[in-house]
Design a protein around this ligand. Structure first.
Ligand SMILES: Nc1ncnc2c1ncn2[C@@H]1O[C@H](COP(=O)(O)OP(=O)(O)OP(=O)(O)O)[C@@H](O)[C@H]1O
Length: 524
């Protein structure tokens, strides 16, 4: 602000010096030098301070957003969709980051403009009224352009979400696209082509609106200056006032255009802020302390699900309703959950793990109800290998070398990889081997309950047998409780209890040997 005001003051001094009868005096020169110094020093300080504060704010925003995602309810994350999260984290935060760099020069431009206008009012209130009317007209056109432009950027931003989705499809689905020419062409011409062209057209349209408003603003400027020149004799405008007006108007045209030129960036920053706010709001979580330091692993004797229900919201189709579910899980047992595809096995397990909050009913650990405050401690009971597991390459648990060697041998991974500086030396393994590595991580976590969702689905027959007949009972022998979602009816005899699910409900619970009956009847 100081820099901008000093610049406006400089204009006033120059105009004064032009009409000073005694010529330039030392005082005038000294004042001129002082104002130059303030203008330049203010600009430098403002730029430096701005980039520091701006980048601090952007770093804080990045941390805040990733914290939100780390603590968000899992069902909200699933509903929000990964590509939309990526678009907010990459695109929207970057737009804001870029905007912060422009901020100091915009503040200076604003101060120069305001200071210049203030000088005009001092020079001639009547003539500045004419200038003010022209300016107000220009502003109103710009405001309308801004609103239209912003809605264009809004549409373009929504298309950007789609683009992220297509980007994922062309990298994750590279193999499928390479095999199928029709799908590849459809992806290029229809999906990618349509979205890319849509973003281009929306942006061009938005920019065109801004540019037309800009041109109108320039014309207004010259009209006002022309009008003043034309009227100078009719209204006997003093030379000092006229030159002051022309000088200031010509000078502030630059900063004013800079301000107006920033409107598209401001429009995009507003859209970005709106998206960030939407993500923050969607991911608010009633659970506190999810980012607190790790505590010791809890113990369990019995977990009880009493009248637990859950429902997915019906967005495009029929909603799925689970429960009411009554089920207990005792320490040291092996429990199989079986049932047709879509019967609700994974959903039940997500409730058991405390990943979904039950709509009704209660989950109890050793007869104590799990609440929002205790849910994250409760989750620490479990190690998991989900059907759609994610393999982290970092090992954060302390590893006993002999233990590791034993596990690697057990999982037939000896010589394939090692742990160096807390990381697996490679995760470039076959599909089945990667899944064994996920199992190894679950082992290393040393939690009391281990949950496998269709773990054996991509294992060879020999290792599948090892898993069901040896590994599970080894885990039980170590005192662990094991929950297995399975379609392998040949191995249902490996369980202590078997839960059969159908259409979101438990329809049968069998003990030990009785489970074989289900397999033989082929009910599951
Ligand atoms: N994220 C989701 N949003 C909406 N509905 C979902 C979601 N996940 C699952 N569903 C619905 O819930 C039902 C149960 O899904 P779930 O994954 O629990 O089945 P499952 O028994 O584990 O099936 P599978 O054997 O195929 O793994 C499905 O029919 C599906 O329609």
């Amino acid at each position: 602000m100081a820099s901008g005001l000093a610049t406006a003051w400089l204009l006033a001094s120059i105009n004064e010096a032009l009409h000073f009868e005694l010529g330039t005096t030392p005082a005038l020169l000294l004042g001129f030098a002082g104002l130059c110094l303030i203008a330049v020093a203010g600009e430098v300080a403002s730029d430096l301070g701005n980039s520091y504060v701006g980048q601090q704010a952007v770093a804080a925003l990045r941390t805040e957003l990733t914290d939100r995602i780390l603590s968000a309810p899992i069902d909200r994350i699933e509903r929000f969709r990964t590509h939309r999260i990526t678009a907010v984290l990459n695109h929207d935060v970057e737009v804001l980051s870029n905007f912060t760099f422009a901020f100091s020069s915009l503040a200076i431009a604003l101060a120069v403009t305001l200071g210049g206008l203030a000088y005009l009012v001092i020079l001639s209130p009547v003539m500045s009224l004419i200038a003010a009317i022209a300016l107000a007209l220009g502003m109103s056109v710009h405001m309308r352009a801004r609103n239209r432009g912003r809605s264009g950027f809004d549409v373009a931003r929504r298309l950007q979400d789609e683009l992220q989705q297509h980007y994922r499809a062309i990298s994750d689905g590279a193999k499928e696209l390479r095999i199928s020419r029709p799908r590849r062409r459809h992806m290029r011409e229809v999906r990618l082509g349509g979205t890319i062209a849509g973003i281009r057209d929306q942006r061009i349209r938005a920019m065109r609106t801004y540019m037309s408003a800009n041109a109108f603003g320039s014309i207004l400027f010259f009209l006002v200056i022309g009008l003043l020149l034309a009227l100078q004799f009719r209204f006997a405008i003093p030379a000092e006032v006229l030159s002051g007006f022309v000088l200031v108007l010509l000078y502030i045209k630059g900063p004013l255009q800079q301000l107006v030129g920033a409107l598209p960036a401001i429009g995009q920053a507003q859209v970005a802020l709106h998206n960030i706010a939407a993500l923050e709001q969607a991911f608010a979580n009633p659970e506190d302390g999810l980012l607190a330091p790790a505590t010791s692993i809890p113990a369990m004797k019995r977990i009880e699900l009493a009248g637990v229900t859950y429902g997915f919201p019906a967005e495009d189709g029929l909603s799925f309703h689970l429960g009411p579910i009554d089920l207990t899980l005792d320490a040291g047992e092996i429990l199989f959950i079986v049932g047709e595809n879509g019967s609700g096995k994974t959903t039940l397990v997500k409730l058991l793990l405390g990943l979904y909050e039950p709509r009704d009913g209660a989950i109890r650990l050793d007869e104590k109800d799990i609440t929002a405050a205790s849910r994250d401690d409760y989750r620490q009971l479990f190690s998991t290998v989900f059907a759609d597991y994610f393999l982290f390459d970092e090992v954060i648990d302390s590893v006993d070398e002999r233990d590791l060697a034993r596990h690697l041998e057990r999982l037939e991974l000896t010589g394939k990889l090692a742990i160096r500086e807390g990381r697996f030396t490679t995760t470039d393994l076959s599909t089945g081997q990667r899944k064994r590595l996920a199992l190894l991580l679950a082992y290393l976590e040393q939690r009391p309950v281990v949950v496998f969702d269709e773990w054996a689905a991509d294992q060879d027959p020999t290792f599948r047998r090892v898993f069901y007949t040896e590994l599970l009972s080894e885990l039980r022998a170590q005192g662990k409780t094991v929950v297995v979602i399975s379609h392998d009816d040949r191995y249902f005899r490996s369980t202590d209890r078997l839960v059969l699910m159908k259409e979101g409900r438990i329809v049968e619970i069998r003990r030990g040997e009785e489970a074989i009956g289900i397999a033989e009847r082929g009910d599951a």
